[in-house]
Design a protein around this ligand. Structure first.
Ligand SMILES: NC(=O)c1ccc[n+]([C@@H]2O[C@H](COP(=O)([O-])OP(=O)(O)OC[C@H]3O[C@@H](n4cnc5c(N)ncnc54)[C@H](OP(=O)(O)O)[C@@H]3O)[C@@H](O)[C@H]2O)c1
Length: 421
């Protein structure tokens, strides 16, 4: 049935977002910064809150319908975005706060990865990055992820500066163990010796401008130092009040088990997304047995699962992805085939491709905390809203079937030797 040239189903539809009935038809310019214009807030509320809308006057209904049409008229080459984005402005769809692991830490169900604010993904923009961190805190994202190696300390300094006046709102997570060479930005070493653990923690505390790290991860397992020694030194940091909870990153199930027997491990941080499902085989079952949370890094496939990187020319020069195997020629082309399934479901659900990819990660369990990375408020708002996008079991199955474990073309890193199987 046509109403003002749009189908009735297009205007009033059952959206599986936060369990509410919603009016469909919101559109937003992709990449526009900041929140939607406030002058439309009341009208938008009428559109996005059907119960309130249905209880209002006829003129308000007409204005709401007009807003839908106006929004659609602005569409052009814009991309549809869910009402969840708009609700964020009102603070309705904050990610829930829940236990992260079983040692007493709680955090938002979705975090913010801060790495790309300083290095690896295009040119940094410090002012927008700090605004993004503040917006994350405003939206209830409490888990902030950094590491001493990101920007060779610059990322910890940036995060520290951003949270200086809001430290108590943050679950601050950082990492040690990947050693950089200031003269060769691509060189990497690993150090898990107890002496290095102590030095690295003090340096991170200083850069972050805080007296405590909430979640301290070993970034990569050092094959030359028994994990028991590294974790023993990390546990001493807890006794000294410098660290609250411990984590590992990219550790095997066996290493996690050994570490956990020395001191309880709260979280394992590992890459997990539609195109990286390696953890499902043995790591995730072990984490569940031991009540350890999985913090899912690169849940957007380093941007690939947003649909914005389709050819090598989409990758800026000097970007980490320019040499990452998965983004090279034939591999990149091969990986686009399953991405089409994500894009089709995004259109069907009136959300973005990124939101579908994140919703799939959220649907894999309450013990999984994705930390999508961005240096822009516009992406952050979209990603936070994804925590409320509910996919049907059939849709989840379609996604899982399109990306079977191990099927992605290309390794995750050029050098896989530091990744424990
Ligand atoms: N433990 C480890 O070894 C490890 C390794 C890698 C990452 N991490 C952590 O995990 C965090 C997240 O991973 P990641 O940053 O590598 O990958 P990601 O979250 O999968 O993707 C980040 C990329 O996607 C883009 N993006 C984000 N939201 C988007 C949206 N809604 N629409 C379109 N594009 C969007 C970002 O663009 P912009 O940058 O332009 O905003 C960036 O290029 C990092 O920040 C870091 O804290 C840990």
């Amino acid at each position: 049935m046509a109403v003002f040239g749009a189908s009735l189903r297009g205007i009033v539809g059952h959206w599986r977002i936060a369990g509410h009935w919603r009016i469909a038809g919101h559109w937003r310019i992709v990449g526009r910064r900041g929140a939607p214009p406030r002058r439309f807030a009341r009208l938008r509320a009428a559109v996005t809150q059907p119960r309130a809308f249905l209880g209002r006057s006829g003129s308000q209904r007409i204005r709401a319908g007009a807003w839908v049409l106006w929004s659609k008229a602005r569409q052009g080459n814009q991309q549809p975005l869910s009402d969840a984005f708009i609700d964020n402005e009102k603070g309705n769809l904050m990610p829930d706060e829940r236990p992260l692991g079983s040692q007493g830490l709680t955090a938002s169900s979705q975090g913010l990865g801060c790495m790309g604010m300083s290095e690896f993904y295009g040119a940094p923009d410090e002012a927008e990055s700090i605004a993004t961190i503040h917006r994350a805190l405003d939206l209830g994202v409490t888990l902030l992820d950094t590491a001493d190696m990101y920007g060779q300390g610059a990322n910890e300094r940036l995060v520290g500066a951003a949270i200086r006046d809001r430290r108590d709102e943050v679950v601050l997570a950082t990492k040690f163990g990947i050693v950089r060479d200031p003269d060769n930005p691509t060189a990497r070493g690993v150090n898990g010796s107890p002496e290095y653990v102590r030095t690295a923690a003090d340096r991170s505390l200083s850069r972050l401008g805080t007296d405590r790290i909430d979640l301290y991860y070993q970034h990569r397992v050092d094959p030359d130092v028994p994990i028991e020694e590294t974790v023993g030194a990390m546990a001493e940091l807890i006794q000294q009040g410098k660290v609250r909870y411990l984590g590992l990153s990219e550790a095997s199930a066996e290493t996690v088990r050994r570490a956990h027997s020395v001191h309880p491990i709260t979280a394992l941080q590992t890459e997990y997304s539609l195109w990286t499902r390696d953890v499902e085989a043995s790591v995730l079952p072990t984490l569940r047995e031991l009540d350890i949370a999985l913090v899912a890094y690169s849940p957007l496939g380093r941007g690939f699962l947003t649909g914005s990187l389709r050819q090598q020319s989409d990758i800026p020069p000097g970007d980490f992805r320019a040499t990452n195997p998965r983004f090279q020629g034939g591999n990149l082309q091969a990986n686009l085939a399953p991405l089409a399934v994500v894009e089709r479901l995004a259109i069907a659900n009136h959300v973005t491709t990124a939101q579908i990819a994140l919703a799939w990660v959220h649907a894999q369990g309450q013990d999984i905390f994705p930390i999508p990375g961005t240096k822009r408020r516009s992406y952050l708002e979209q990603n936070v809203a994804a925590a409320s996008v509910k996919l049907t079991s059939d849709e989840l199955q379609q996604l899982s079937a399109a990306f079977p474990p191990g099927a992605t073309a290309g390794d995750r890193y050029e050098d896989m030797s530091r990744i424990e199987a």
